[in-house]
Design a protein around this ligand. Structure first.
Ligand code: FO1
Length: 318
């Protein structure tokens, strides 16, 4: 129960895209924010441990993200990558010079025995991020995509092949024995509001919910649980979520996403363009609200969206 005058306790589940922007919005409206981040996109490249979604959330909250790309650091250069290319390395995955420092520090700390949670806390502190950024797990989980070309690792599928392969199935290697990172379950059960961000339901939110104990903690949480549709007007702003919905046999619409979260959340939020879907989604047993969900680079607009979500979370039964 929310104590008057205490900051609202908000937990956001996030991948690397819309969820990070939304978390940035919440960081403007509460001082008690936890972001639980997908780590099933993580990869080891050139011997370095790379956690793209954790870094995207961290850089976004620090105001350091490259706004054009939506990943990596703003004003970064790529001298090291160029030199590696000259040495014959395959450089299909872009790593900026300053971004490389993050991966070097993470790799060194992990090799010295630190957990991913500990390294993430260190990096966030160094970048001045006030929110708690929690990897979903300190154990290795890897998203594998089944395609006609065979099974692909996530970054091979997403960056290497520009997510053009039809996804026939998704496996989460390591998920059965993964444990939630410290603080994750508590962030779900002690929050006032838990928000499933407008991230890909299969490869961003899905892996977080699949960590043993997470789905149960969320389902039993007294928090108001709100999910935001990443599909707007039958399209997804960025990434392969629309194609995945289709190839995995779901409606490519906010309704298709709502069906995936039915029974788990109290409130489902669609974009105002999808207001016509509200009655059908409500029939799934959720409150449904249509608000403007498309966020720009403007932090004030992200904060506006966060406030809208707090308002709809507090308005049950409509
Ligand atoms: N995405 C790309 O499309 N191309 C890249 O070369 C690339 C490099 C990269 C490096 C560091 C990082 O933190 C993220 C990076 N991303 C890149 C984004 C990342 O592959 C995806 O956005 C996420 O994994 C999906 O959420």
């Amino acid at each position: 129960m929310h104590v008057p005058d205490a900051p609202l306790r908000v937990t956001v589940l996030s991948g690397g895209g819309g969820g990070a922007k939304l978390a940035h919005g919440f960081a403007q409206v509460t001082s008690d924010l936890t972001v639980v981040v997908n780590t099933a996109d993580d990869a080891v490249l050139h011997g370095l441990s790379i956690s793209p979604d954790v870094d995207t959330v961290m850089y976004t909250l620090a105001g350091r993200i490259d706004p054009a790309k939506g990943w990596g650091l703003a004003d970064d250069t790529a001298a090291v990558l160029g030199a590696m290319r000259e040495l014959g390395e395959d450089t299909w995955f872009h790593l900026g010079d300053k971004d490389l420092a993050t991966h070097v520090v993470r790799t060194a700390r992990l090799r010295a025995g630190a957990t991913l949670s500990e390294v993430t806390a260190q990096l966030c502190a160094a970048l001045g991020v006030g929110a708690r950024v929690l990897p979903m797990s300190d154990d290795r989980v890897a998203t594998l995509l089944r395609t006609a070309e065979g099974t692909l690792g996530f970054q091979e599928y997403f960056v290497g092949r520009q997510h053009r392969d039809e996804v026939l199935g998704i496996d989460l290697d390591g998920i059965d024995v993964a444990r939630p990172a410290p603080g994750v379950l508590e962030a779900l059960t002690s929050a006032d509001v838990v928000v499933l961000g407008p991230s890909n339901p299969f490869v961003s939110i899905g892996p977080i919910l699949a960590v043993p104990g997470v789905h149960e903690a969320l389902a039993g949480s007294p928090a108001r649980r709100v999910a935001v549709s990443p599909v707007v007007g039958g399209r997804v702003l960025k990434g392969p979520a629309a194609h995945m919905l289709a190839s995995l046999g779901h409606d490519v619409s906010a309704l298709g996403v709502a069906r995936l979260y039915a029974g788990l959340v109290d409130t489902f939020v669609v974009d105002e363009q999808d207001a016509h879907l509200v009655p059908e989604i409500r029939d799934l047993g959720m409150d449904v609200h249509a608000v403007r969900t498309v966020m720009g680079a403007d932090v004030a607009d992200r904060a506006r969206f966060a406030r809208d979500l707090i308002a709809v979370a507090a308005a049950p039964g409509r």
